[in-house]
Ligand binder design. Structure first.
Ligand code: CP
Length: 262
């Protein structure tokens, strides 16, 4: 996420807005005719892998889908750099989801073609954060002057890590609500603090909800826990109901849309 500037973000939002309107008007077009994307997923995905497939199809390009690495040469012991070097012979861009933090950065080191990080373990999920900030921008008309409250598994939830970093390019206030063992990683908190973004941490939503413009809820990431007893202790820590939101802002300016992070 660190490679993006505020200007990049504004440019991407403009293009995304225009593309959405084009899709609504004509469905598909041929901006990427003749281009091939390799969708390389070492972890399960519905939304991210489908969104890249859909985008490529709508833009007139084609796809190499590798959603089940057990049926690829990875199962024969091929390393990530070798898989990337092979795939880039056939594709113009590679989308990678991998269980290890830094896998996309490693892939990018060996690749001559662009690598898009579609989730690296508990690290980052930049394309989700771009989509989340775009959604907030389209719903509220701005990213400045708003308070975003992130709730749930902030330790393992990679979408939250990317979203906090991306939001720190704007004039926002960020609240983090989580059980003690699932707090936002110190590294991210300190990075956001260095951008002079006001941040607060809570163990309950109640004190944060009245000032919240956007409530971002992420599930407890069971698959990341080494100790499932710890998971059992926190799995039901937060349940959002109409009652939970009774103190939330009511009008559009003060309305709290709910985004679901993956
Ligand atoms: N949001 C998200 O990453 O969902 P998937 O795991 O289904 O791709």
């Amino acid at each position: 996420m660190k490679q993006f500037t505020r200007e990049d973000l504004e440019y991407i939002f403009d293009v995304a807005h225009e593309m959405r309107e084009m899709v609504q008007r004509v469905g598909s077009f041929d901006l990427l005719k003749g281009k091939i994307l390799a969708n390389l997923f070492y972890e399960p995905s519905t939304r991210t892998s489908s969104s890249f497939t859909s985008a490529m199809e709508r833009l007139g390009g084609s796809l190499i889908p590798i959603n089940e690495v057990h049926y690829s040469s990875v199962a024969k012991g091929e390393s990530l750099p070798d898989t990337i070097r092979t795939l880039e012979c056939y594709a113009d861009v590679i989308v990678l989801r991998h269980p290890e933090v830094g896998a996309s950065a490693l892939a990018a080191k060996y690749a001559k073609k662009p690598i898009i990080n579609a989730g690296d373990g508990v690290g980052e999920h930049p394309t989700q954060a771009l989509l989340d900030t775009f959604t907030i921008y389209e719903e509220l008309g701005t990213l400045d002057g708003i308070t975003v409250t992130m709730l749930g598994d902030l330790k393992y939830g990679r979408t939250v890590h990317s979203l906090a970093r991306l939001l720190s390019l704007s004039d926002v206030t960020i609240n983090y609500v989580s059980p003690g063992i699932l707090r936002i990683p110190r590294e991210i908190f300190e990075e956001v603090e260095a951008q002079k973004i006001p941040q607060s941490e809570f163990e309950s939503l109640d004190p944060a909800i009245p000032d919240t413009d956007v409530l971002y809820v992420t599930r407890v990431q069971k698959e990341r826990f080494e100790d499932l007893t710890a998971y059992d202790q926190v799995k039901s820590a937060f349940v959002i109901t109409p009652e939970t939101l009774s103190d939330a802002k009511k009008t559009h300016d003060h309305h709290a849309p709910i985004a679901q992070g993956g």
